[in-house]
Design a protein around this ligand. Structure first.
Ligand code: ADP
Ligand code: MG
Length: 366
């Protein structure tokens, strides 16, 4: 068993129109693995070190809608895939579970990095595409490769299957159950077998549309929900006696709700209640990360509050468990978001202390 720490990446996006209109200053700078944020009011700086740093703020041009670098400085989608997604794929082939989380305030670039928009495909679609490119080359009859896809959303501590169409005014959600060995799971969640990249792409598009429709129906925004995609990848090896062994990997890809605090959005009444329920998953995630960081620093008798939220129940394995995990912290470059961005950097700084215990999932097929 190998202990590996959660790897943390930071990525800073270009200014958006609002920030440009406000004549915002860029408060982020990156040099090597150091990321520095400067307080726009007093010039005070904080510097952090992360495993991966992606400068995607400027130095790019648009070619047929695709953002590509004009020099080596701008980290485009392929650069991010090459350093993060490739590792996820390698782990999957070796039979390790892997997880990738995107954290940051609404509009900071989480979905752009994870899923992407239009021709700017993010880590998830490129990873799936590359997985099938290798699968399609397999000509070995004694090796069967199986992939299945599921996609859910956690909203207000309720789980909804994103591969089923939302019905208007839908209330309640899928139940979470606990398996004595494999832990928490969502009862009745669709897990669709897929044979090619196009099928996954279609499911991902449908799920994304369902996520938006569901939130519109509930008069909310999808920035308040957490989205979890799970890809199960199985390699079944048959030997000459007709016996088989299975190597399996579960890849969890998580686009978290916006990390901004409910109080800064001016929420009241129902919205506030909803805000606090969403914060329950996000704040429990924070508490779980803190507890795991304390544990890794040698603190004894730490209780990790996995059971306090839906998100942390479902992602227990990815946090301090059997998984190789990456967190990508999405940063706004703008001075107006200084406080939120600083708190994202602090959150990410804590996450990198977590130690996981990943092992290869290999067993005789039953
Ligand atoms: P979030 O999911 O965190 O709310 P989005 O991923 O939707 O934020 O990003 C907000 C906007 O910023 C989108 O219009 C997106 O296209 C743009 N954007 C985010 N990251 C980048 C990037 N690295 N390069 C270019 N545009 C980006
Ligand atoms: Mg988003």
């Amino acid at each position: 068993m190998s202990a590996d720490s959660v790897k943390v990446a930071v990525r800073v996006r270009p200014f958006n129109q609002r920030e440009k209109n406000a004549n915002s200053k860029c408060v982020i700078s990156m040099s090597g693995n150091a990321t520095t944020i400067t307080n726009p009011d007093n010039g005070k700086t904080h510097t952090f070190a992360f495993d991966y740093s992606y400068w995607s703020h400027d130095c790019f041009k648009e070619e047929n809608g695709v953002f590509v670098s004009t020099d080596t400085k701008y980290a485009d989608q392929n650069i991010v895939f090459n350093s993060l997604g490739k590792g996820v794929l390698d782990n999957a082939w070796q039979g390790y579970n892997a997880a990738l989380f995107a954290y940051g305030q609404t509009g900071s670039g989480k979905s752009y990095s994870m899923i992407g928009y239009g021709p700017n495909r993010g880590i998830v679609p490129i990873t799936c595409d590359e997985l099938f490119k290798v699968i399609d080359q397999n000509t070995d009859k004694n090796k069967q490769l199986q992939v299945s896809y599921s996609m859910l959303e956690i909203y207000n501590e309720q789980v909804r299957d994103l591969l089923t169409k939302p019905s208007h005014g839908q209330r309640g959600g899928l139940k979470i159950r606990q398996h004595p060995q494999s832990g928490f799971f969502v009862e009745g969640l669709k897990s669709v077998p897929v044979r090619c990249y196009k099928e996954i792409e279609r499911l991902m598009d449908d799920g994304t549309v369902n996520r938006t429709t569901a939130s519109t129906n509930m008069n909310a925004t999808s920035s308040r929900s957490h989205m979890v995609i799970t890809i199960k990848f199985k390699q079944v090896f048959l030997n000459e006696f007709g016996e088989s062994t299975t190597k399996s990997s579960e890849i969890s890809l998580v686009d978290l709700a916006g990390s901004e605090r409910a109080d800064s959005t001016g929420a009241t009444g129902d919205r506030l209640k909803e805000g606090s329920a969403i914060n329950q998953s996000l704040s429990t995630l924070g508490n779980v990360i803190s507890a795991l960081a304390d544990k890794a620093m040698g603190k004894k008798k730490v209780l990790v509050p996995y059971r306090d939220s839906v998100l942390t129940k479902l992602l227990q394995g990815a946090l301090g468990g059997n998984s190789r995990t990456i967190m990508i912290a999405a940063l706004s470059p703008a001075g107006i978001n200084y406080e939120e961005t600083l708190s994202t950097l602090r959150y990410a700084d804590r996450a990198k202390k977590i130690q996981n215990k990943a092992k290869i999932n290999e067993s005789p097929t039953d």
